[in-house]
Design a protein around this ligand. Sequence first.
Ligand code: UDX
Length: 444
Amino acid sequence: MKKIAMFGTGYVGLVNGACLAHIGHSVLCCDIDDRKIGTLNAGRIPIYEPGLDLIVRSAVTEGKLAFTSDLAAAVERSDLLFIAVGTPMGHDGAADLRYVQAVAEFIGRHLRTPKTVVVKSTVPVGTSRKVERWIAGQMADPSVRFDVASNPEFLREGSAVSDFLNMERCIVGADREETIEEVASCFAPLDVPIHRTGRESAEMIKYAANAFLATKISFINAIANLCERMGADVEDVAEGIGSDSRIGRSFLKAGIGYGGSCFPKDTHALRWMAENAGYAFPLLEAVIRTNREQKFVLLGKLAEAVGSLQGTKIGVLGLAFKPNTDDMREAPSLDIVPALLGGGAEVRVYDPVAMEEARKAFGEEVTYASDPYEAIAGCDACLILTEWPQFLELDLDRVRELLKRPILLDGRNCFPPERMRRHFLTYYSVGREPVVFEPSEQYA
Ligand code: UDX
């Protein structure tokens, strides 16, 4: 079993650190943020991720996992040093590498014995070579051997722990065979296929994977927009094309576009890399544009259903970028709610876990409800922006009674449209024929 230091206790660092400890390694998660380390040492998990608290607790109890802000000690006692700090999107779309560089230089200054440095953060192609130079540039004793590997991560928020434990593939890129084998051995307990590559390929795999998944989503959203115009049903189309194993069913769920901390950032970063490499990448450009526009398609339907927003009251259900997370980064709600407010609507919002995050984004501009029914009471329309399981269980008769006007706009295709007729609701979804309620139907 290995001695591992994980630099960065953000999403990637914390999940990977805890999971590596869970499968038997001795892991020290470190961060320069004393407060965060204090929180973790007090047994609290600063992010919402199902199952993470359990594995953190048991790994800490077993003495496999600890948290520290003493980064130098972490370098000293560990054989493998994972860099898992954030790489936020810079103003030009490029990944901002300042935190990666800071950790690399710190490692360089404290390197006394041979180590393997593993870049886990999502970084532009070519960065692990820069990391090598940043480390070497700070070393007091240049004879100490070290090597840098790339090991991108593919965990999804909301299912990160089970994604790790049931990993489908693990990418390890390095120049030396021994380095690849050392990093691969960390994942041996998972019995996962290891893809051994060069460093540049490993780095590219991460961007290509996310850009490809984003492409599938934008593609099905474009097909959805076309389905609406041509009388087809996007759910049937997705099922029909997805059952061709060459295409596959996953990531063909039409909606109001992808958000989160990865797809938007990584597609922009890849576009930036392509531009720098002298390649325009028009396909990726279209994916990004389609996603930007898709968020507003629902607003067009809202205008069709209620007319001017001025003086209306709109209930919004779901604010997180997807279910099972409180993460609102690049969530469609961040564009849709301000657009509703800008149009003169009074907005009432509810999300099962992202309310605290929502307050940071919307402040006093919206009303925060304590359940979905309170959010829609007396509203001219209800908008569903995230497909939380509890919304699928909504009592639609109660929804109908509480709404001032019986209008439901579903950005995530949570319900079969036929059901809406039985509940006398006007229902707009994505890529499917709208159901328009005529009051005479209710009494027929
Ligand atoms: C993603 C990748 O899946 C993961 O491998 C990578 O490491 C990080 O980025 P994540 O952002 O957590 O993970 O969420 P994911 O479940 O992939 O969904 C991303 C976005 O796409 C969400 O906004 C989701 O609503 C949207 N989506 C996903 C769709 O609109 N349709 C789909 O069919 C799938």
